[in-house]
Design a protein around this ligand. Structure first.
Ligand code: ATP
Length: 455
């Protein structure tokens, strides 16, 4: 009997060769897999791995069967017992596959719920949120001994001293002059996850010239205090990296300037941009796209930032050529994030619009003439169109006048509906800006009304 077994083993290794020996490693893998699920390890994170294992097991069983068929071993006693093991293995493999299918279904359901609850939490904060940021007195203002007339009562209330007495305004959050860029970003960054989850998000800064819009959105000139835009680039790719094993992402961007009702593509040189015809369109799903403007893909935050820097340089050149201040135009950065779920193949598409608006001061006060007057009027028109859209949304008017201005046409997919909007109201604390600050606070209070109505 012993001899027979020895003979049989020898014979097997001779006939099958090392590569064709029945692979008992398969059983070890299977046992490990089984005990892992028995131990109740995190099934969600196992999904991908179990899928790979079952595929491997599948392949090995297939090969095993093929060898059996090829070599006709089912007649011998040993081979019969191996055959039985194979049957057992096939049954258990089927069980694993069924379980894996269930894990994937559970995972997909969990993820959908996560998205839903995350979105609900963000919505509870208001579909349109207004954060008010007070900048510190500038050196020039300090030198001229201007007074501080704005005070932060608490996290939500701000008081402005006016000649007629103090006026109080309430917003979703007040950032005092000491607040850092990081603190401001932390409060806003939840919206970036929403965009990655497939929602449209818009973050824009509103305020008079010199109130701190560019500081909030872009940062300071020497890039020592990066603002919302560069921090958003980093955050997008951090989230992507955390989810890379389950999703495939594609990030692309456009960058535009709206000056005197003319849209300019900032991803091409000013000369090229001038000869281009750009049109704002909407696709079947209602997403805004800009026909004629460059949309560029970015594979990292560094690449996205390089594109943005190039756009800023083009904006600066164009402004110098036309002898205008670049801050007299609106800057619009659109970032599109497409994600494909590697588990079930579903695709979602979210868009993040980051907007640094032109200064909101009134033409009369600036004493503007001719070109400057045209420029001031154009800015006023677009900002009041934005106010009209927001107020139409707040009273749930059936008709929302998006089409009245290019700015609101561009922001159409990020205002109203399921979109989430965050407005930064930037104000100066100085008495030299009293009028502008009061006007801004009143404008933003109108926007704030939608926050309450939307809930
Ligand atoms: N929170 C802040 N902390 C420190 N400095 C700030 C802050 N906000 C603004 N500043 C400074 O105040 C000055 C004006 O700010 P900024 O250029 O951002 O204003 P703006 O509203 O964008 O003006 P414009 O409409 O002309 O573009 C800048 O020197 C900026 O660095």
């Amino acid at each position: 009997m012993r001899n027979k077994r020895m003979h049989s083993r020898k014979w097997q290794s001779h006939r099958w060769g090392t590569n064709h020996r029945p692979d008992y490693g398969i059983m070890r893998s299977y046992r490990w897999l089984w005990s892992a699920s028995e131990q109740g390890l995190n099934q969600l994170s196992l999904t991908d791995t179990t899928e790979a294992w079952t595929a491997e097991l599948d392949e090995r069983v297939r090969k095993f069967e093929e060898d059996f068929r090829k070599n006709g071993f089912l007649d011998s006693e040993t081979d019969k017992s191996v055959g039985q093991q194979l049957l057992l293995l096939q049954t258990e493999l089927k069980q694993i596959k069924d379980e894996n299918k269930k894990i994937i279904e559970n995972y997909t359901a969990e993820r959908t719920l996560r998205k839903k609850y995350y979105n609900m939490v963000e919505d509870m904060k208001g579909k349109i949120r207004v954060f008010c940021r007070i900048r510190p007195l500038t050196r020039a203002e300090q030198a001229k001994r201007y007074h501080i007339i704005v005070a932060c009562l608490d996290d939500y209330s701000v008081i402005l001293e006016t000649p007629r007495g103090p006026r109080e305004f309430q917003f979703d959050k007040i950032f005092n002059p000491e607040c850092t860029q990081e603190e401001v970003f932390t409060e806003s960054s939840g919206l970036i996850q929403c965009a990655i989850d497939g929602f449209n998000v818009c973050i824009f800064a509103y305020g008079h010239t010199g109130s701190g819009k560019t500081f909030t959105m872009v940062g300071d000139r020497d890039r020592r205090n990066p603002g919302i835009i560069p921090r958003t680039f980093t955050k997008i790719f951090e989230i992507i990296q955390d989810n890379e094993s389950k999703f495939e992402f594609k990030v692309s961007a456009y960058m535009l300037e709206l000056y005197n009702e003319r849209l300019q593509d900032l991803f091409v040189t000013p000369t090229e941009a001038f000869s281009k015809r750009i049109e704002i369109k909407r696709d079947r799903k209602g997403l805004v796209f800009v026909q004629g403007a460059e949309t560029k893909e970015a594979a990292s935050s560094g690449e996205l930032f390089a594109l943005f820097e190039q756009g800023c340089a083009n904006r600066h050149i164009a402004a110098t050529k036309m002898n205008v201040e670049s801050s007299r135009s609106h800057l619009i950065v659109g970032i599109m994030i497409e994600s494909r779920n590697l588990t079930n193949g579903s695709v979602s598409f979210g868009k993040l619009s980051l907007v640094d608006l032109a200064g909101s001061e009134r033409a009369a006060k600036t004493g503007a003439k001719d070109d400057q007057l045209k420029e001031a009027n154009s800015i006023n028109k677009s900002l009041s169109a934005l106010g009209d859209v927001i107020s139409a949304l707040s009273v749930e008017q059936p008709h929302v006048p998006y089409r009245n201005n290019k700015l609101t046409q561009l922001m159409q997919d990020s205002l109203g509906g399921n979109a989430k909007t965050l407005m930064f109201l930037n104000i100066s604390p100085s008495d030299c800006n009293l009028d502008e600050t009061l006007t801004s606070l009143i404008y933003a209070t109108r926007v704030k009304a939608i926050t309450n109505n939307a809930q």
